[in-house]
Ligand binder design. Sequence first.
Ligand code: NHR
Ligand code: GAR
Length: 215
Amino acid sequence: MRQMRNIVILISGRGSNMQAIVEAAKQERWPARIAAVISNRADAKGLAYAAQHGIPVLTVASADYPSRALFDAALQEAVDVFQPDLLVLAGFMRILTPGFVAHYAGRLLNIHPSLLPSFPGLATHEQALAAGVKLHGATVHFVTAELDHGPIVAQAAVAVHADDTPDTLAERILVQEHQMYPRAVRWFIEGHLKLVNNLVQIAPAAHSSSMTTSN
Ligand code: NHR
Ligand code: GAR
């Protein structure tokens, strides 16, 4: 039997992407365990789901730390207890310091709710509506020091409707996120994802063994 990989997931809120990953790992019998779910906020709703599913949960409260460097040091210490092969940001809302990002280089993924490189940062659905784009979506990327600029792993697009609000758009994109993010995490766990000249390559075997996204 192949060695089980450890996945640690960082959240700040609802945790629906974390939940999608937990469910896919179980249903598809990944050679991986969700070793821990860690939040930077004690009130993150997603912690209850993870705890109910027997996953170790803990909070490292960013509000308790006087600087980003001190918070990231505490977070890194908490994460490394679980010896992660992969660290997954799932609705995690704190910008991470270059030192933290370097420690997890090549094993740190994020899902961002826009078609990068358009609309990095916060309030992406408001940004998309203000720009009048007809397509919007989400991007899975490796995390680098430069916010929302790391190598792109996968993207899913949805149509923007004339009567969309930020909430209706977010809801339509979230459906795609829940399909795309577990698939990307699975590719990584199975060793099908690699970085070549700072671009992501995905082995053909990974593509053919799972659905492709289309809208
Ligand atoms: N850190 C680095 N270094 N690089 C990335 O690409 C990162 C990152 C940390 C988080 C997620 C990202 C997103 O997908 C992410 C990518 C938070 C903010 C932010 O401005 C921006 C982007 C992302 C996450 N956070 C505020 C801060 O001062 C706090 C906002 C809040 O607490 O509500 O950290 O969108
Ligand atoms: C998701 O749409 C995710 O892409 C986005 O927040 C939502 C989190 O939902 N992430 C960010 O905005 C990161 N800054 P979830 O907690 O239910 O997964």
